[in-house]
Design a protein around this ligand. Structure first.
Ligand code: NAP
Length: 255
């Protein structure tokens, strides 16, 4: 069986890297990251050592909008000679800030990084998937799309937009063997959240006080689901938003 090509934005860190580890046995990997070359180098070495058969390439550059997405897909196609059959969008940062009094450009930039780049990449790869009659797209949302957290107005807007986008695109291409799904994590320990989690340790309820399973998640808790959604076996799941949050969004058990 030929190896499928998976493009993972954010694939050199956190959830994206954990997903890349699980995809590596039967996928070639194109990993996009922003600027942390040391981290990307370490990720590449780890993935190549685990899976000598996999072609693994990393692509640097902050994705801010359509033109950056276009340049990335062109580079990936040049490098691998084909477009990706699998796209995992796990890119992005949070810049928590109360909306009133904040700089609007920062909100606009965040929505571009999370939502517009995801839409642009889907637009750029879906035609090939359509011709091939196979494609898998998994977009990383967050429970913040539906459960408000102070300071996350633009992050919530971008992630909620991403969910609506994914459902609609899923409906448009379902008849061609292409599935589009969303994974919405709760609190997962990655470089993105390390400082935040360290800050929680000093609170009376501790780090995981509001998480019913009693612990913060690990990237691997999310990666297994991503891997399954990218597989042939997941052909009948599309347009779904799947929460992976240890029960955090079920409600407050003590009220
Ligand atoms: N961790 C959580 O608790 C959590 C919860 C809910 C949702 N999520 C979502 O899950 C996804 C992955 O999060 P994570 O925690 O795994 O993050 P992470 O460990 O910080 O990894 C993010 C990756 O994305 C890259 N990146 C960031 N902005 C980029 C940009 N504009 N263009 C290109 N690459 C960019 C980073 O590159 P560099 O390494 O070069 O900086 C890094 O490789 C995100 O969409 C996040 O919103 C995470």
């Amino acid at each position: 069986m030929t190896r499928r090509l998976a493009l993972l934005t954010g694939g050199c860190s956190g959830i994206g890297l954990a997903a890349a580890r699980l995809l590596a046995p039967d996928h070639d990997l194109a990993l996009a990251y922003a600027s942390n070359h040391d981290r990307a180098g370490a990720a590449m070495r780890q993935l190549e050592a685990l899976n000598p058969g996999a072609a693994v390439r990393a692509f640097a550059g902050r994705l801010r909008g359509y033109d950056d997405a276009c340049a990335l897909v062109e580079e990936v196609k040049r490098e691998f000679g084909r477009g990706p059959e699998v796209l995992v969008n796990s890119v992005g940062e949070t810049r928590d800030e109360l909306f009133m009094g904040s700089c609007f450009e920062a909100h606009q930039a965040l929505v571009h990084e999370h939502l517009i780049v995801t839409m642009a990449l889907a637009h750029l790869v879906i035609r090939d998937m359509y011709k091939r009659r196979f494609g898998r797209i998994v977009n990383l949302s967050s429970i913040s799309a539906r459960y408000a957290k102070r300071g996350q107005a633009s992050y919530a807007a971008a992630k909620a937009g991403l969910e609506g986008f994914s459902r609609t695109l899923a409906m448009e291409v379902a008849h061609r063997g292409i599935t589009i799904n969303v994974v919405a994590p709760g609190l997962i320990e990655t470089p993105l959240t390390r400082d935040f989690i360290a800050g929680l340790a000093s609170r009376p309820c501790g780090v995981a006080g509001r998480i019913p399973v009693g612990t913060v998640g690990a990237p691997e808790d999310v990666a297994g689901l991503i891997r399954f959604l990218c597989s042939t076996e997941a052909r009948y799941i599309t347009g779904a938003v799947m929460t992976v949050d240890g029960g955090r969004s079920l409600g407050d058990s003590d009220s």
